[in-house]
Ligand binder design. Structure first.
Ligand code: ARG
Length: 467
């Protein structure tokens, strides 16, 4: 148990008007440095840009700017080398750095906070962090897409049963199935890129909430930090975290997509399907059942989707009904955000590697398609093309399938005379139609599963990736 002891008030930057020290428990409860120190690089970037602007505007002297820059450089080195000493009593990343800067360069360090507040400072740090994270995640999704395309390219002609309701529906190219995920990931990238536009605005200059009485140049600061512009309203600039929520929503959708692929990998790897084998390094064994090889990595990706979705709900709930402007509630946005970013980055790295090591069992895939009456629709289409209205053809095929089912074989294994009992329109040429490959090849239009269309889709995808 923590003892009810008190923090030395003189340590606090804002302690001037306080008559009573805070307890260690309250200090720990309110401090964020244990996690927001992760923003240090961005905090320093923001401080440099702010100080340069202050000097250009004549708000601080060139000598002060030089001292601040030199101090910040040293602090950056200390942090990078792990020599920087973080103090919980100094609450957060901002006050830790400012205190050290003042220790290093004296009064110049104390002038850095002119025309600034921790409220616009943290909003800036987080925006820079989210921007970098989006760039990194997009890069990693593209690498995963490349792995998917390479995999699909090996399997344009590989037949698998396509499912609806998890029941065998129609034969599809395995490459086509994989390319469906390429499309989902493409939309994920587009969403992230669009979100980035709203992230990339500078809150600096909003100060605590109302702006500042100094003659600052907000555009200059924005430009130095590679922002596309400024947040137009100071109250909004310090208080809203919608850009984090939006980012996390993109992340949740992305993980949801991966959870679907993971579920499929898990099913396909189960002995009942036996479609694929995952490389051993992504699986574990059972401590009791020696025969087991468990697909741990896809299972964990499926599980971690829950945690990213949970962070989205946490962030929405954190923002709900907050009055303007800044409230300390917002400090609670960091841990979910960081965890979402870490989860996506780790997941993407592992997944890309895992995809490259999947072995495909062509025979099992083909057999599964053969045993599910997957070409029944092709028989109906055949009859329709010979003049039978589609609904009637549907009925004929239903009866044919029922017959084959009783006989315990596929429709393609019935002989011509048996087939003709159901319709006189059926001829010798039906057998090419009833093959899995014939069925697949016949769906020959953009977006269809014909191997030539899958190759075309792959070509287009590679082009999209290279631009
Ligand atoms: N640590 C705070 C956060 O994460 C930033 C400081 C906010 N300003 C304040 N006066 N407490 O949001």
């Amino acid at each position: 148990m923590e003892k009810n002891t008190f923090v030395d008030n003189n340590e606090k930057t804002w302690s001037g008007r306080f008559n009573e020290p805070v307890s260690h428990l309250v200090a720990r409860y309110t401090a964020s440095v244990s996690f927001d120190k992760r923003l240090a690089e961005y905090d320093i970037q923001g401080s440099r840009a702010h100080a340069q602007m202050l000097a250009t505007q004549g708000i601080i002297s060139q000598a002060d700017l030089a001292a601040i820059e030199q101090g910040l450089n040293q602090i950056q080195e200390e942090i990078r080398h792990g020599n920087f000493v973080w103090h919980q009593e100094l609450e957060d990343v901002h006050l830790n750095i400012e205190k050290r800067l003042t220790a290093l360069v004296g009064d110049a360090g104390k002038r850095l906070h002119t025309a600034r507040s921790r409220n616009d400072q943290i909003a800036t740090d987080v925006r820079l962090y989210v921007r970098d994270s989006i760039d990194e995640i997009i890069r990693l999704i593209k690498a995963m897409q490349t792995a998917l395309i390479d995999f699909a390219a090996q399997h344009t002609e590989t037949v698998m049963p396509g499912f609806t309701h998890l029941q065998v529906a129609q034969p599809v190219s395995f490459g086509h199935h994989l390319m469906a995920y390429f499309e989902m990931l493409k939309r994920d990238i587009e969403r992230l890129a669009d979100c980035r536009k709203r992230v990339n605005k500078s809150p600096l200059g909003a100060a605590a909430l109302a702006g500042t009485s100094y003659s600052i140049d907000r555009a200059m600061v924005a430009q130095k930090l590679d922002f596309d512009g400024i947040c137009e309203n100071s109250l909004d600039a310090v208080s809203d975290r919608d850009f984090i929520i939006e980012f996390n929503a993109c992340a949740a959708l992305f993980m949801t997509h991966l959870s679907r692929l993971s579920e499929e990998l898990i099913l396909w790897m189960s002995p009942s399907y036996n479609f694929i084998v995952l490389a051993d390094r992504f699986c574990t064994g059972s401590s009791i059942m020696p025969q087991k090889k468990n697909p741990d990595v896809p299972e964990l990706v499926r599980g971690k989707t829950g945690r990213v979705n949970g962070h989205l709900v946490a962030l929405l709930t954190l923002m709900k009904a907050q009055p303007l402007a800044y409230n300390k509630d917002n400090q609670e946005d960091k841990e979910p955000l960081f965890d979402t970013v870490d989860t996506l980055i780790d997941t993407l790295r592992i997944y890309t590697d895992m995809l490259a090591g999947i072995q495909v069992n062509h025979e099992s895939m083909r057999n599964a398609a053969l045993h599910g009456y997957a070409t029944a629709t092709d028989l109906a289409d055949y009859l329709t093309k010979k003049g039978l209205p589609f609904r009637d053809a549907h009925e004929v095929v239903a009866k044919t399938v029922q017959f084959a089912e009783q006989k315990g074989c596929d429709v393609s294994k019935l002989d011509l005379s048996e087939l003709q009992k159901f319709s006189q329109l059926i001829d010798e040429d039906i057998f090419t139609v009833l093959t899995l490959e014939g069925s697949m090849k016949s769906r020959n239009h953009p977006g269809g599963t014909a191997p030539s269309q899958v190759s075309a889709a792959i070509k287009q995808a590679r082009k999209w990736l290279s631009q």
